[in-house]
Design a protein around this ligand. Structure first.
Ligand code: SF4
Length: 286
Protein backbone atom coordinates (compact mmCIF):
# COMPACT_ATOMS: atom_id res chain seq x y z
CA UNK A 1 0.00 0.00 0.00
CA UNK A 2 1.26 3.45 -0.93
CA UNK A 3 0.13 6.52 1.08
CA UNK A 4 -0.03 10.01 -0.42
CA UNK A 5 -1.14 13.18 1.35
CA UNK A 6 -2.80 16.20 -0.22
CA UNK A 7 -1.12 19.56 0.07
CA UNK A 8 -2.64 22.08 2.51
CA UNK A 9 -3.72 19.53 5.10
CA UNK A 10 -3.59 21.24 8.50
CA UNK A 11 -6.17 23.50 10.13
CA UNK A 12 -6.81 26.80 8.36
CA UNK A 13 -5.57 29.99 10.07
CA UNK A 14 -9.15 31.15 10.80
CA UNK A 15 -9.99 28.11 12.91
CA UNK A 16 -6.54 28.00 14.55
CA UNK A 17 -6.76 31.66 15.60
CA UNK A 18 -10.29 31.17 16.98
CA UNK A 19 -9.17 28.21 19.10
CA UNK A 20 -6.16 30.17 20.37
CA UNK A 21 -8.40 33.10 21.36
CA UNK A 22 -10.75 30.77 23.24
CA UNK A 23 -7.94 28.97 25.07
CA UNK A 24 -6.13 32.20 26.03
CA UNK A 25 -9.34 33.88 27.21
CA UNK A 26 -10.38 30.83 29.26
CA UNK A 27 -7.07 31.04 31.15
CA UNK A 28 -8.13 34.48 32.45
CA UNK A 29 -11.91 34.20 32.87
CA UNK A 30 -14.85 31.82 32.41
CA UNK A 31 -15.84 31.68 28.74
CA UNK A 32 -18.79 30.46 26.72
CA UNK A 33 -18.53 29.96 22.96
CA UNK A 34 -21.70 30.61 20.97
CA UNK A 35 -22.17 27.72 18.52
CA UNK A 36 -19.56 25.21 17.33
CA UNK A 37 -16.09 26.68 17.42
CA UNK A 38 -15.06 23.89 15.05
CA UNK A 39 -17.01 21.02 13.55
CA UNK A 40 -14.76 18.47 15.13
CA UNK A 41 -15.68 16.44 18.20
CA UNK A 42 -12.09 15.71 19.23
CA UNK A 43 -11.16 19.39 19.31
CA UNK A 44 -14.39 20.31 21.09
CA UNK A 45 -13.78 17.69 23.79
CA UNK A 46 -10.30 19.16 24.37
CA UNK A 47 -11.80 22.62 24.80
CA UNK A 48 -14.48 21.38 27.22
CA UNK A 49 -11.68 19.81 29.25
CA UNK A 50 -10.28 23.35 29.63
CA UNK A 51 -13.62 24.45 31.11
CA UNK A 52 -14.73 26.26 27.97
CA UNK A 53 -18.53 26.10 27.74
CA UNK A 54 -20.70 26.03 24.64
CA UNK A 55 -24.18 27.47 24.09
CA UNK A 56 -26.58 27.73 21.15
CA UNK A 57 -28.31 30.98 22.19
CA UNK A 58 -27.20 34.07 24.19
CA UNK A 59 -30.02 33.20 26.66
CA UNK A 60 -28.18 29.98 27.61
CA UNK A 61 -24.90 31.76 28.46
CA UNK A 62 -23.99 31.70 32.16
CA UNK A 63 -20.59 33.45 31.90
CA UNK A 64 -19.97 37.19 31.51
CA UNK A 65 -17.88 36.74 28.36
CA UNK A 66 -19.09 35.05 25.22
CA UNK A 67 -17.14 34.35 22.04
CA UNK A 68 -18.43 34.40 18.44
CA UNK A 69 -16.81 31.65 16.33
CA UNK A 70 -14.75 31.96 13.12
CA UNK A 71 -18.05 31.59 11.19
CA UNK A 72 -19.09 35.09 12.29
CA UNK A 73 -22.48 36.50 13.29
CA UNK A 74 -24.93 39.16 12.18
CA UNK A 75 -25.00 42.63 13.76
CA UNK A 76 -28.45 41.71 15.06
CA UNK A 77 -27.08 38.63 16.89
CA UNK A 78 -24.17 40.66 18.30
CA UNK A 79 -26.56 43.37 19.54
CA UNK A 80 -28.78 40.72 21.14
CA UNK A 81 -25.83 39.28 23.07
CA UNK A 82 -24.60 42.73 24.16
CA UNK A 83 -28.17 43.67 25.13
CA UNK A 84 -28.08 40.81 27.64
CA UNK A 85 -25.08 42.41 29.31
CA UNK A 86 -22.57 39.98 27.77
CA UNK A 87 -19.01 40.94 26.92
CA UNK A 88 -18.74 39.78 23.28
CA UNK A 89 -15.42 38.58 21.84
CA UNK A 90 -15.28 38.07 18.09
CA UNK A 91 -13.16 35.29 16.60
CA UNK A 92 -14.75 35.86 13.19
CA UNK A 93 -12.30 34.89 10.44
CA UNK A 94 -11.11 37.93 8.44
CA UNK A 95 -12.23 36.13 5.28
CA UNK A 96 -15.78 35.83 6.66
CA UNK A 97 -15.64 39.56 7.52
CA UNK A 98 -14.66 40.14 3.89
CA UNK A 99 -17.76 38.22 2.72
CA UNK A 100 -19.95 40.38 5.04
CA UNK A 101 -18.42 43.63 3.71
CA UNK A 102 -18.72 42.47 0.10
CA UNK A 103 -22.40 41.59 0.47
CA UNK A 104 -23.16 44.88 2.26
CA UNK A 105 -21.49 46.77 -0.59
CA UNK A 106 -23.54 44.95 -3.24
CA UNK A 107 -26.75 45.80 -1.35
CA UNK A 108 -25.64 49.44 -1.06
CA UNK A 109 -25.09 49.51 -4.85
CA UNK A 110 -28.68 48.37 -5.39
CA UNK A 111 -28.20 44.65 -6.10
CA UNK A 112 -30.62 42.03 -4.78
CA UNK A 113 -28.40 39.87 -2.53
CA UNK A 114 -28.01 36.16 -3.29
CA UNK A 115 -25.83 33.90 -1.17
CA UNK A 116 -24.63 30.60 -2.61
CA UNK A 117 -24.47 28.35 0.43
CA UNK A 118 -26.34 26.27 2.97
CA UNK A 119 -29.36 28.15 4.26
CA UNK A 120 -29.07 26.81 7.83
CA UNK A 121 -25.30 27.10 8.17
CA UNK A 122 -24.23 29.52 10.91
CA UNK A 123 -22.02 31.48 8.49
CA UNK A 124 -24.90 31.96 6.02
CA UNK A 125 -27.25 32.99 8.84
CA UNK A 126 -24.66 35.54 9.94
CA UNK A 127 -24.42 36.87 6.38
CA UNK A 128 -28.14 37.22 5.84
CA UNK A 129 -29.80 38.00 9.20
CA UNK A 130 -29.31 41.76 8.88
CA UNK A 131 -30.78 41.94 5.37
CA UNK A 132 -34.35 43.06 4.67
CA UNK A 133 -34.58 40.68 1.71
CA UNK A 134 -32.25 38.08 0.22
CA UNK A 135 -32.14 34.63 -1.37
CA UNK A 136 -29.95 31.62 -0.59
CA UNK A 137 -29.35 29.06 -3.34
CA UNK A 138 -27.44 25.78 -3.46
CA UNK A 139 -29.00 23.89 -6.38
CA UNK A 140 -30.53 24.32 -9.83
CA UNK A 141 -33.97 23.88 -8.18
CA UNK A 142 -33.22 26.84 -5.88
CA UNK A 143 -32.28 28.96 -8.92
CA UNK A 144 -35.51 27.91 -10.68
CA UNK A 145 -37.47 29.28 -7.70
CA UNK A 146 -35.72 32.68 -7.66
CA UNK A 147 -38.02 35.65 -8.28
CA UNK A 148 -36.89 38.13 -10.93
CA UNK A 149 -34.87 41.23 -10.00
CA UNK A 150 -33.23 43.76 -12.31
CA UNK A 151 -29.86 43.33 -10.53
CA UNK A 152 -28.50 40.31 -8.64
CA UNK A 153 -25.43 40.62 -6.40
CA UNK A 154 -23.95 37.20 -5.61
CA UNK A 155 -21.51 36.09 -2.91
CA UNK A 156 -20.74 32.58 -1.64
CA UNK A 157 -20.36 30.94 1.72
CA UNK A 158 -16.57 30.88 2.14
CA UNK A 159 -16.31 27.08 1.99
CA UNK A 160 -18.23 26.44 -1.24
CA UNK A 161 -16.31 24.93 -4.19
CA UNK A 162 -15.57 27.58 -6.83
CA UNK A 163 -16.90 25.45 -9.69
CA UNK A 164 -20.29 25.11 -7.94
CA UNK A 165 -20.39 28.89 -7.38
CA UNK A 166 -19.61 29.51 -11.05
CA UNK A 167 -22.18 26.91 -12.20
CA UNK A 168 -25.01 28.42 -10.12
CA UNK A 169 -24.07 31.96 -11.17
CA UNK A 170 -24.18 30.91 -14.85
CA UNK A 171 -27.63 29.38 -14.24
CA UNK A 172 -28.86 32.66 -12.74
CA UNK A 173 -27.45 34.56 -15.75
CA UNK A 174 -29.22 32.19 -18.16
CA UNK A 175 -32.49 32.35 -16.24
CA UNK A 176 -32.49 36.16 -16.10
CA UNK A 177 -30.80 37.32 -19.34
CA UNK A 178 -32.25 40.82 -18.93
CA UNK A 179 -30.84 41.26 -15.40
CA UNK A 180 -27.43 42.51 -14.38
CA UNK A 181 -25.75 39.65 -12.45
CA UNK A 182 -22.61 40.49 -10.50
CA UNK A 183 -20.59 37.75 -8.77
CA UNK A 184 -18.06 38.73 -6.12
CA UNK A 185 -15.67 35.93 -5.18
CA UNK A 186 -15.83 35.28 -1.43
CA UNK A 187 -14.67 31.64 -1.39
CA UNK A 188 -11.67 31.64 0.96
CA UNK A 189 -8.15 30.83 -0.20
CA UNK A 190 -7.69 27.81 2.13
CA UNK A 191 -10.87 26.27 0.65
CA UNK A 192 -9.69 26.89 -2.91
CA UNK A 193 -6.26 25.38 -2.22
CA UNK A 194 -7.77 22.33 -0.51
CA UNK A 195 -10.30 21.73 -3.26
CA UNK A 196 -7.63 21.91 -5.97
CA UNK A 197 -5.24 19.68 -4.01
CA UNK A 198 -8.10 17.18 -3.39
CA UNK A 199 -8.79 16.92 -7.14
CA UNK A 200 -5.12 16.19 -7.86
CA UNK A 201 -5.01 13.65 -5.02
CA UNK A 202 -8.22 11.85 -6.06
CA UNK A 203 -6.99 11.54 -9.65
CA UNK A 204 -3.87 9.68 -8.43
CA UNK A 205 -5.39 7.53 -5.64
CA UNK A 206 -7.28 4.21 -5.69
CA UNK A 207 -8.99 5.10 -2.42
CA UNK A 208 -9.32 8.50 -0.72
CA UNK A 209 -9.87 9.21 2.97
CA UNK A 210 -11.37 12.61 3.79
CA UNK A 211 -10.87 13.37 7.48
CA UNK A 212 -13.22 15.81 9.18
CA UNK A 213 -16.29 16.38 11.34
CA UNK A 214 -19.68 15.03 10.27
CA UNK A 215 -21.15 18.56 10.25
CA UNK A 216 -18.22 20.29 8.55
CA UNK A 217 -19.37 21.87 5.28
CA UNK A 218 -15.93 22.06 3.73
CA UNK A 219 -15.26 18.39 4.60
CA UNK A 220 -18.51 17.34 2.90
CA UNK A 221 -17.57 19.39 -0.16
CA UNK A 222 -14.15 17.69 -0.26
CA UNK A 223 -15.92 14.31 -0.22
CA UNK A 224 -18.15 15.42 -3.14
CA UNK A 225 -15.18 16.73 -5.12
CA UNK A 226 -13.04 13.61 -4.56
CA UNK A 227 -15.98 11.36 -5.48
CA UNK A 228 -16.04 12.93 -8.95
CA UNK A 229 -12.47 11.73 -9.56
CA UNK A 230 -12.19 8.51 -7.53
CA UNK A 231 -14.70 5.66 -7.05
CA UNK A 232 -13.64 4.75 -3.48
CA UNK A 233 -13.94 7.77 -1.18
CA UNK A 234 -14.60 7.53 2.57
CA UNK A 235 -15.46 10.35 4.98
CA UNK A 236 -13.97 9.49 8.38
CA UNK A 237 -13.89 11.43 11.63
CA UNK A 238 -11.03 9.52 13.23
CA UNK A 239 -8.91 6.37 12.91
CA UNK A 240 -11.69 4.49 14.74
CA UNK A 241 -13.85 4.76 11.58
CA UNK A 242 -11.31 2.96 9.36
CA UNK A 243 -12.22 -0.50 8.04
CA UNK A 244 -9.49 -2.92 6.89
CA UNK A 245 -11.70 -4.16 4.04
CA UNK A 246 -11.52 -0.74 2.36
CA UNK A 247 -7.87 -1.30 1.43
CA UNK A 248 -6.11 -3.73 -0.91
CA UNK A 249 -2.44 -4.59 -0.88
CA UNK A 250 -1.38 -2.53 -3.91
CA UNK A 251 -3.67 0.45 -3.35
CA UNK A 252 -2.50 4.01 -3.43
CA UNK A 253 -4.33 5.65 -0.51
CA UNK A 254 -4.84 9.43 -0.58
CA UNK A 255 -5.38 11.52 2.55
CA UNK A 256 -7.05 14.90 2.72
CA UNK A 257 -8.79 16.79 5.54
CA UNK A 258 -11.25 19.59 6.28
CA UNK A 259 -10.10 22.99 7.50
CA UNK A 260 -10.93 22.23 11.15
CA UNK A 261 -9.22 18.84 11.34
CA UNK A 262 -6.35 18.84 13.86
CA UNK A 263 -2.92 17.50 12.85
CA UNK A 264 -3.10 14.84 15.58
CA UNK A 265 -6.08 13.16 13.90
CA UNK A 266 -4.31 13.12 10.54
CA UNK A 267 -1.21 11.63 12.18
CA UNK A 268 -3.31 8.91 13.89
CA UNK A 269 -4.84 7.91 10.58
CA UNK A 270 -1.47 7.85 8.91
CA UNK A 271 -0.07 5.69 11.72
CA UNK A 272 -2.98 3.24 11.30
CA UNK A 273 -2.26 2.99 7.57
CA UNK A 274 1.50 2.70 8.09
CA UNK A 275 0.89 -0.20 10.50
CA UNK A 276 -1.02 -1.99 7.75
CA UNK A 277 1.77 -1.36 5.25
CA UNK A 278 4.23 -2.92 7.72
CA UNK A 279 1.99 -5.96 8.30
CA UNK A 280 3.19 -9.15 6.53
CA UNK A 281 0.95 -10.11 3.63
CA UNK A 282 -1.54 -12.92 4.24
CA UNK A 283 0.01 -16.26 3.05
CA UNK A 284 -1.55 -17.41 -0.19
CA UNK A 285 -3.10 -20.86 0.31
CA UNK A 286 -2.39 -23.41 -2.42
S1 SF4 B 1 -12.45 27.91 6.19
FE1 SF4 B 1 -11.77 29.87 5.30
S2 SF4 B 1 -13.24 31.37 5.99
FE2 SF4 B 1 -13.50 29.57 7.31
S3 SF4 B 1 -12.22 29.97 9.06
FE3 SF4 B 1 -10.96 28.83 7.60
S4 SF4 B 1 -9.88 30.42 6.40
FE4 SF4 B 1 -11.58 31.42 7.46
Amino acid sequence: MNIIKAEHLGMCFGVRDAIALAVNTARREPLTVLGDLVHNETVLAGLRARDIRFARQPGEVATRTVMITAHGASERALALARGQGLNVLQATCPLVHFAHRTLAQLVQEGFHPVVIGQRDHVEVRGLTEDLAEFDVVLSAEDVARLPAHPRFGIVAQTTQPVDKVQYLTDLIRRRFPQSEVRLRDTVCQPTKQRQQAAIELAQRADVVLVIGGAHSNNTRELVNTCSRHCARVHHVQSAADLRPEWFHEHDTVGLTAGTSTPDTLIQQLEAWLQARVAMPAEPVLA
